[in-house]
Each structure stands twice: as C-alpha cells, then as structure tokens.
Design a protein. Structure first.
Length: 202
C-alpha cells in the first residue's frame, strides 16, 4: 500500500506543497500523477506546470475541500479559465453558479444571473464575454429589475407601454400582465383627476 506522500507542485515557478490524496479527490489535470505507481514514488512528488500561479491557491483549496470562492467577478472569470485548464468540472460548476452574465445595451452594462439572461433572450449566455443587446437601456434595466423581484412602480404611461412592448417581444407574460394593470391604474387616476378638474375648475 502506497503512503500518502508529499507532492511539490511548481506552478509557474511558485511552489505549492500538498498530498497525493488531496490531488486524488477530484478528476483533474493531476489525476494521471496520482495513479498507483510501481517502484520509485518520487516520480509523483514533483509536478511542474507552466501556468500563472496567481489563482492556484483557490484551485488547491477547493481540492482540499474548501467551498470558498472569490467575490470579485473579474477574479471569478479568471479562476474559471484556470479551473477549466486543470479540468476540475466540479469547480467550474461552482464558479458558474456565482458568475454574472455581462450585458451591454447602448453603452450601459448590466450584470445578471444566467437565469435572467436567458429570460431576456440570451439563449446560451457566455460567462467570459459581454453580450450586446440593441435596446433602450432604461427599458432593459426595468425588465431586469422586475425579473429580480422589483414591483411595477412607474406612473409614466408612455414608458410603461415601451416596457410592455419589449416584454411582450420576450414572451414575458407575467410582466406584460402587471404592466397592463399598472397602465389601467394610471389611466383611471388620470380620468379621475380630469373629472375633478371639471367639477372644480380653477
């Protein structure tokens, strides 16, 4: 039976020290180095990878059992590239759950979840690029906020109609129905105000 030997990982010139059992926890780039050996075990004790070591501590800590991930979206995207290189699918999945999809609409950038991105028409959202949408950013911002749970708050009927048109084109039936109710309320209020003016002229 082989001992759980110490493994020296030289990543881009930076030394990381771990155990064979740690590297064997997940299917990865290192799997072939952790297979049972016959003879000289020192073969597996030193592994050199020509790769930027900046984010490797996150890789190694994940293999040690940590679920912690960086909160910065830029760092997460860089880490996703590294996790993909090291073929750690579980880490890739964990990162993708935390990453936001970036969308640009006429110069304004939004960051949304993958689920929201799909609802506004991005069928295959990429987490590593910016999706360009040719639409009014004010309208898009309203739709995104609604999909995040915000209520209908605008009393501008013309603006609500613009949002309704965009939401209808995206088959967002629920938001269309809510906007229709909001428009009805606005028009009822306007009608009441006009009747009051007729009764009580200046």
């Amino acid at each position: 039976m082989q001992s759980d030997i110490e493994v020296h990982l030289h990543i881009g010139g930076t030394l990381f020290i771990t155990k064979r059992s740690t590297l064997a926890r997940h299917e990865s780039y290192f799997t072939e180095f952790t297979l049972p050996l016959v003879g000289d075990e020192d073969v597996v004790s030193r592994i050199r990878v020509d790769r930027d070591p900046t984010h490797f501590r996150w890789i190694l800590n994940f293999m040690r059992g940590s679920s912690a991930l960086p909160s910065d979206q830029c760092v997460l995207r860089e880490l996703l590239v590294e996790a993909d290189f090291y073929s750690i699918s579980e880490l890739c999945d964990a990162i993708e759950r935390e990453l936001m999809v970036r969308i640009r609409a006429n110069g304004r950038v939004f960051e949304v979840s993958t689920d929201v991105a799909k609802k506004i028409g991005i069928s295959n959202p990429s987490l590593l690029s910016v999706h360009i949408i040719d639409t009014d950013p004010e309208v898009l911002g309203y739709i995104i906020n609604y999909l995040r749970g915000a209520p209908v708050v605008s009393n501008r009927v013309d603006f609500l109609k613009r949002i309704r048109f965009e939401a209808d084109s995206l088959n967002l039936t629920d938001i269309v129905n809510r906007i229709n109710r909001a428009i009805s309320q606005c028009e009822s209020s306007d009608s009441l105000f006009e009747r009051l003016l007729e009764r009580f002229p200046h």
